[in-house]
Ligand binder design. Structure first.
Ligand code: PMT
Length: 400
């Protein structure tokens, strides 16, 4: 019964592959998880709720207005105690509702009430799976950090062969186990992550900015959330979608970022600064759009405050600050200088001119430098994997 302290909400929707979710519920219970099943109305037309009730040894939630034994609405109570919401099988209908924040039955309402990771296992006919609206909805969920067990190719309900068959129970089970084994080593910690670009305005319509998509910082925020931290994500106008279960505050300029970071800094345990911050801003702001007059326009710039350096000066014992160094040359030498100047505990050096590293992509290649002279070079990894490595090091620093 090693998993007895973990609660899984198993969402069951009306797909022909529903028989696999009965098997899944049974295996999860055998592994010691506390399983609570929530069924859609269509699911109950394929399988009787009593089957899930007996297997899960818990009442099955069918209706938002079910009366529980507690004063709290049942779906809120369930959402509050869940360590994972797994929806198996996941139809195009529930994917569409989740991607659009629609909550019109028990399962879709639970899906927007949980503050734990969400796993879905789509299962549908190939044409439905490839439909552009369904594909766009799936992309939205991915961008918000919903994990997928992708379907496989094989026999479909129509009798045809193709992509869209629910993956195997073994694969889904393995993924659930993997997701729930993430250490909660940042439980009780307040983590602030900065991400995305800043914008420095010349006039109401023009600004100086950079290529940051926000992906690196968003991955750090997501990883910190999964490790149990209370996370505040301070983001510039990024193109990536912020992860669920994370408070997100948007800023535009470096000065706004500075205000947002300084507010509450004293109550913050860890700050990870992945935002690409402008070192300079236009010296003056024209309230009206600047008119085209001469052949050349000279734009005087003034220096922005170095926020990382200010936090490095102000931090108290026990507070950890992590900076990123975006370099195109002399990577380690320049990163080392920033580590010292900004008094960071850790600096993440990335050569933003290297293939697969830096701005916009889903991967990065980084080297972690700390104040003790440790230098850990990582291979090409997904930004989420890089984020996990960074947090592993942060946890080591907290414990040292
Ligand atoms: O968002 P993505 O598309 O995923 O791209 C990721 C990334 C390339 C933006 C990211 O990995 C990265 O390198 N972020 C830091 C970019 C940057 O501003 O680097 P820098 O070397 O100029 O600054 C060093 C550190 O000081 C950074 O932590 C920065 O947030 C901070 N800084 C910089 C200037 C300033 N005035 N104040 C600061 O606090």
């Amino acid at each position: 019964m090693k998993q007895a302290n973990k609660t899984i909400i198993l969402g069951v929707t009306g797909g022909i592959a529903i028989h696999k979710s009965i098997d899944l519920a049974s295996q999860l219970v055998k592994q010691g998880y506390s399983v609570h099943v929530v069924m859609t109305e269509n699911a109950t037309r394929l399988v009787q709720p009593i089957q899930f009730q007996v297997i899960s040894r818990n009442p099955v939630l069918l209706d938002l207005f079910d009366i529980g034994s507690d004063w709290k609405p049942v779906h809120i109570d369930l959402a509050d105690k869940a360590d994972l919401l797994a929806i198996v099988p996941t139809t195009a209908n529930i994917i569409g509702k989740m991607a659009n924040g629609i909550a019109d039955d028990a399962l879709s309402t639970v899906a927007i009430s949980v503050h734990c990771p969400i796993l879905i296992a789509p299962a549908m006919e190939q044409h439905m799976y490839e439909n552009p609206f369904v594909a766009a909805n799936m992309q939205t969920l991915k961008e918000h950090g919903v994990e997928f067990v992708e379907p496989v190719s094989g026999d479909l309900a129509s009798g045809k062969q193709g992509m869209g068959r629910l993956n195997t129970v073994e694969v889904i089970l393995e993924r659930i186990t993997q997701m729930l084994q993430t250490p909660k080593d940042l439980d009780g910690k307040r983590v602030v992550v900065t991400a995305g670009p800043t914008r420095e305005y010349l006039d109401p319509v023009r600004f100086i900015s950079n290529r940051s998509s926000g992906k690196m910082g968003y991955a750090v925020a997501e990883a910190a959330r999964d490790r149990g931290a209370e996370v505040l994500l301070i983001s510039g106008p990024a193109t990536a979608a912020p992860p669920t279960g994370v408070e997100t505050r948007y800023i535009e300029t470096t000065l706004e970022l500075q205000d947002a970071l300084l507010e509450g800094f004293d109550q913050t345990d860890i700050v990870v600064m992945a935002a690409a911050v402008a070192d300079y801003r236009p010296q003056s702001f024209s309230a009206n759009k600047i008119k085209k007059r001469a052949d050349q326009l000279t734009l005087p710039l003034e220096q922005n405050p170095d926020i990382a350096q200010a936090l490095g000066k102000r931090k108290k014992k026990g507070q950890i600050t992590v900076g990123f160094a975006a370099e195109t040359d002399d990577l380690l030498e320049n990163a080392q200088k920033k580590l010292i100047k900004k008094n960071c505990d850790l600096i993440i050096a990335n050569d933003v001119s290297a293939e697969g590293a830096g701005f916009e992509g889903d991967t990065n290649i980084v080297t972690l430098l700390d104040q003790n002279g440790n230098c850990e070079q990582l291979p090409l990894l997904s930004k989420r994997e890089v984020a996990d490595h960074i947090l592993d090091r942060v946890v080591e620093l907290i414990l040292s």
